[in-house]
Design a protein around this ligand. Structure first.
Ligand SMILES: Nc1ncnc2c1ncn2[C@@H]1O[C@H](COP(=O)(O)OP(=O)(O)O)[C@@H](O)[C@H]1O
Ligand SMILES: [Mg+2]
Length: 236
């Protein structure tokens, strides 16, 4: 087996990277072997979630490790890719060389975005980074994931429409709405699939299916050894 590699990437904090990473990992792990790599030192909220979970449950098929440097991340992916079906990488809320390396190693970058004008002010710069990464990783697919969506809120709908017109990045059809279950379940080391909100659970299962569909045809990513790719990572 060669793991399909998914990064959860966004320069803003609080957009739901760790929440989506944890929830997708749990649903994927129901039928597959999943490794999560926490690349968000010093916050490590994914690791904190995993440790709460670890104390409560016997886990199968869901493992966690962390990386603090590009070299560590590259070595971890290389070492583990034959042993897992999926590797999910939780990124930091800024742009650094670890985030850049993550994008060059991935089949798919999921970019969580909340549909509010303030949240997308800094998005254009991040989009540029992703387009630059695509030049060095031709296997990279990128999908926006609308998160914390509030239904029937006009301004949210307008932001989603604006991004779909102006951005070259496509969004997954499946949106994640604002639900307390995402907060509460994470704090207890659970996914929403293990919680008491069937709407949230259904959202995450649909998202998981959409992610699997995108990854179905993805071949292994070969990290470019070109000087340009190395410089892209080193830019920090
Ligand atoms: N769909 C959602 N509905 C409600 N709260 C959410 C949702 N997604 C994330 N959150 C909450 O938003 C906060 C930030 O999420 P987090 O995953 O830590 O973001 P990031 O990793 O991007 O910094 C957390 O308190 C989390 O529980
Ligand atoms: Mg996080």
């Amino acid at each position: 087996m060669t793991a399909k590699i998914v990064s959860i990437a966004q320069a803003k904090g609080g957009v739901g990277k760790s929440t989506l990473c944890a929830n997708l990992s749990v649903t994927l792990s129901q039928a597959s072997k999943v490794l999560m790599i926490d690349c968000d030192p010093p916050q490590h909220s994914l690791s904190a979630w995993y440790h709460v979970r670890d104390e409560l449950y016997v886990e199968t098929g869901l493992s966690l490790t962390s990386a603090a440097t590009p070299a560590q991340l590259i070595a971890l992916v290389e070492k583990n890719k034959a042993d897992y079906d999926y590797i999910l990488i939780d990124g930091a809320p800024h742009v650094n060389s670890l985030v850049r390396a993550m994008l060059l190693l991935s089949n798919l970058a999921l970019v969580p975005l909340a549909p509010s004008a303030v949240e997308i002010w800094s998005f254009a710069a991040y989009e540029e980074l992703i387009h630059e990464a695509e030049k060095h990783n031709q296997s990279l697919k990128t999908k926006i994931v609308w998160n914390r969506v509030r239904r029937r809120v006009k301004s949210s709908e307008q932001v989603i429409e604006m991004v779909s017109k102006d951005s070259k990045l496509a969004a997954l059809k499946n949106q994640i709405t604002f639900r307390v279950a995402y907060l509460d379940s994470f704090a207890e080391g659970c996914s929403v699939y293990e919680w008491s909100d069937p709407v949230a659970a259904a959202e995450i299962w649909s998202l998981t299916s959409a992610v699997k569909r995108v990854l179905n045809k993805a071949g292994p990513v070969k990290l470019s050894k070109s000087v340009a790719a190395q410089n892209f990572i080193k830019k920090g």
